[in-house]
Design a protein around this ligand. Structure first.
Ligand SMILES: Nc1nc2c(c(=O)[nH]1)N[C@H]1C(S)=C(S)[C@@H](COP(=O)(O)OP(=O)(O)OC[C@H]3O[C@@H](n4cnc5c(N)ncnc54)[C@H](O)[C@@H]3O)O[C@H]1N2
Ligand code: MOO
Length: 409
């Protein structure tokens, strides 16, 4: 693989090389975490129930636990009178047994007393001292959740690959799980290079701009299931960039930089990676995003995205998001994460390079966004992109196209 670098790669070849590098240098790992911290995490194994749920026959309504046969024929006109022998709140129990002609007043959630097989809702009862008049007929098991009716012990309750939603976490909590095995999140560090890049909160002298890519790419990496952090900015300086890359790689699995990938500093990024490790890709035959760099340093992937925010986001979505998402244990088919519609305007495309055309999706209408790749405001309206193959010069208005949606979970 190493001998191919410096030649511009076709997009399919670049995708394959990047995936192979991910496969070679990383493996999917799991870790045990507290269930209370597990929201949004991905299960790394199947989960089986530890016990029946509910763990006892449970009253589903406030009322009276009775032998259902005692209510047969009861009505407002002809009530049946039963003796109330105890009272049960949720969480409490009784030794008493409900026999013919007797009942226990019961609250929703309480364990059913022995003997009783149904609950009569309080609305259909008239309490009088130690007796109650039952005003309706109930059937056996009415308003009772039987032990194990929700799930039995040792049943498959959640599957490997499931995303832990609030509901699924509720299932784990009901079974008493305190910890759970999930896929470990890959850690991603993001740095921004450029003498002109200024952090928010600082003055903006003429010629400078605020950093966009750092936190934008960090958030996109988070949306892929990674644990990502923005590690700050670096000047267009060989030694600074080298030191920043070395220092950052101590703490992260994958390092993503942006800017300085084309002429001038681009050479710096490439030379730094050449010195520290090996460059596998320098240039992909796509528009925008051609100057992309992919290298390996100390067994970790280092990615140099083009500085233009649109190019950086496009390249991240098209080339980094699929393998990163897979490494986070998320089963997502990016090729299927698409919608179809008709172009509202024609798209001209350069022959010889695959073009990623940003678009807005409005129902059936696919509206191309024609702005240069530094035009950050196009990102806030874009829903995704249309791929125009390198051999295609023009896609006409009205033509049906497939839109690859940005990786927003
Ligand atoms: N002579 C050539 N010039 C350029 C070429 C080329 O092939 N030959 N390629 C162009 C293309 S395509 C792109 S894309 C850019 C890529 O440039 P770099 O990766 O070297 O990025 P910079 O030059 O540092 O920045 C480009 C542009 O983006 C702005 N930028 C950079 N970082 C950020 C950031 N963190 N947040 C917001 N904006 C950022 C930067 O200010 C520039 O305006 O090169 C073309 N030139
Ligand atoms: O390819 Mo640059 O990435 O056109 O904007």
């Amino acid at each position: 693989m190493g001998t191919e670098f410096l030649k511009i790669k076709e997009s399919e070849d670049a995708l394959e090389i990047i995936q192979k590098l991910f496969d070679k240098y990383y493996t999917l790992q799991s870790e045990e975490i507290a269930v209370e911290d597990a929201y949004g995490r991905i299960l790394s194994g199947d989960v089986y129930s530890r016990m029946d749920f509910p763990p006892f026959d449970k009253a589903l309504k406030d009322g009276f636990a009775i032998l259902s046969q005692d209510s047969f024929g009861a009505s407002e006109e002809s009530p049946k009178t039963l003796e109330v022998i105890d009272f049960l709140e949720a969480g409490s129990t009784t030794d008493k047994t409900v026999e013919e002609g007797k009942c226990v007043e019961i609250s929703t959630g309480a364990a059913m007393p022995k003997g009783a097989d149904a609950v009569v809702m309080v609305e259909y009862c008239e309490k009088m001292d130690s007796n109650v008049n039952i005003l309706t007929t109930v059937t056996p098991t009415q308003d009772v959740a039987k032990k194990g009716s929700d799930t039995k012990e040792s049943k498959l309750i959640l599957r490997k690959g499931d995303v832990l939603t609030p509901g699924k976490i509720g299932v784990l909590l009901s079974q008493g799980f305190e910890t759970i095995e999930v896929y470990k999140k890959p850690t991603v560090g993001v740095i921004s290079t450029g003498n002109e890049i200024t952090l928010q909160g600082n003055e903006l002298p003429y010629g400078k701009i605020y950093d966009v890519n750092g936190n934008m790419i960090k958030n996109d990496a988070i949306s892929c299931g990674a644990n990502a952090k923005f590690l700050g900015t670096v000047k267009d300086d060989y030694n600074q960039l080298k030191a920043k890359i070395q220092e950052s790689l101590d703490d992260v699995d994958i390092l993503i930089g942006s800017g300085g990938t084309s002429a001038g500093l681009g050479d710096v990024m490439k030379h730094v990676l050449d010195e520290l490790g090996q460059v596998y890709i320098h240039g992909i035959s796509v528009q925008p995003g051609k100057p992309t760099i992919i290298g390996i340093v100390d067994g970790k992937i280092v990615i140099g995205l083009p500085g233009n925010p649109v190019s950086a986001l496009m390249i991240f979505n098209a080339f980094v998001a699929p393998p990163l998402t897979k490494l986070a244990g998320i089963d997502k088919n990016f090729e299927k994460s698409t919608v179809k519609g008709k172009l509202t305007r024609r798209i001209h495309s350069p022959v010889g390079r695959m073009q990623y055309q940003l678009v807005k999706v409005d129902g059936e209408d696919i509206q191309p966004i024609f702005k240069d790749s530094g035009a950050i405001f196009s990102l806030s309206t874009a829903d995704g992109y249309v791929k125009v193959p390198k051999s295609v010069e023009l896609l006409d208005e009205g033509e049906e196209v497939e839109v690859y949606l940005f990786n927003i979970n």
